[in-house]
Design a protein around this ligand. Structure first.
Ligand code: CP
Length: 322
């Protein structure tokens, strides 16, 4: 497989969010990712695209999928990949985010992959370094590679995004995954619905061009895709739901509520999922409907495409300061 073309195709130095990307730019990222899906299914998965380049994963928040898939993605492209363990770094001695970034920048990495608990922190960091920065999730703001891998999963299954009816259900308020997905899916012409209790939907969420529902069956009626979200307890200050039991009763996805969607509607969840909270265990494991494992597989391909496109972009775009 030839390496996908770079630079002219994706004229951005960083990937900080889906906001601001055009339909063509999103399509370029998805097309490049598609090629890597096939590579990852072969016995020999290694390519030389990023030989000699350095990728640093800098995660200030926990992660299983995103961190591991960025590491795998970098290694499959032959980059030198460093996983900074924030827990044992000098952040523990009081070093600030910016000082940490400047320190790493002095080692001449080509790409910094950053996850941080504060919305906007990754953008701030990107303004202080010379290398490409990829947002691996910042607070409740954006998680662009998750939205890309979700879109790739849908596009490969259903052949398109445009015109599909997609329900995003649950804790939309605290979810960076939801925000990136709203932006991507509406940009690509999907009809997006959000479903959740009033306390867990952002004020004026209609401004994203979505329909709003507070009843699962009404919102799922005729949907092609049911995208469930985790209750982000770690971002909640105060009580947003009466109890987990009541939340599951009204907003947890079980076969009864799923019956309102199209007969062959696909079930998605970015993970980590809490079984019995936002999704019934049997539904999550129903692989005739659930594409949760496929989402994880697509994650490696999307991250290979992003590292490849941005890791080889820096020199050309640096001078133009894009
Ligand atoms: N979906 C997602 O971001 O999962 P991780 O927190 O495990 O990376």
């Amino acid at each position: 497989m030839a390496d996908p073309p770079v630079t002219a195709a994706f004229p951005h130095r960083h990937l900080l969010g889906i906001e601001g990307l055009s339909p063509d730019e999103i399509t370029i990222l998805l097309d490049a990712s598609d090629a890597y899906v096939e590579l990852n299914r072969q016995a020999e998965k290694k390519r030389d695209a990023l030989r000699g380049r350095t990728v640093i994963n800098l995660f200030f928040e926990s992660s299983t999928r995103t961190r591991t898939s960025f590491e795998l993605a970098g290694k499959r492209l032959s980059a030198d990949v460093i996983n900074m363990s924030v827990g044992t770094s000098s952040v523990n001695k009081g070093e600030s985010l910016i000082d940490t970034a400047m320190t790493l920048n002095a080692m001449h990495p080509d790409v910094l992959v950053v996850r941080h608990g504060e919305s906007g922190a990754v953008k701030l960091l990107s303004e202080k370094v010379n290398c490409a920065v990829i947002n691996a999730g910042d607070g409740s703001h954006e998680h662009p590679t998750q939205a890309l891998l979700d879109a790739l999963t849908i596009r490969r299954r259903l052949g398109r995004l445009e015109g599909l009816t997609i329900a995003i259900c649950g804790d939309v308020l605290h979810s960076r995954v939801a925000r990136s997905n709203l932006l991507l899916l509406t940009t690509m012409g999907a009809r997006v619905r959000v479903i959740g209790p009033r306390t867990l939907l952002p004020a004026n969420v209609e401004r994203y061009g979505v329909e709003v529902f507070h009843d699962m069956k009404a919102g799922l009626d005729g949907c092609d895709i049911v995208m469930m979200l985790r209750l982000q307890m770690e971002r909640m200050q105060g009580n947003f739901i009466p109890s987990i039991r009541e939340y599951f009763q009204f907003f947890g996805l079980d076969y009864d509520k799923l019956a309102a969607a199209k007969e062959d509607a696909l079930i998605m969840h970015p993970g980590p999922s809490n079984r019995g909270v936002e999704i019934d265990s049997e539904v999550a494991d129903d692989f005739s409907r659930s594409v949760i494992r496929e989402q994880v597989e697509m994650g490696v391909a999307v991250r290979m495409a992003c590292l490849d496109l941005l890791g080889r972009n820096t020199e050309e775009l640096g001078a133009r300061n894009l």
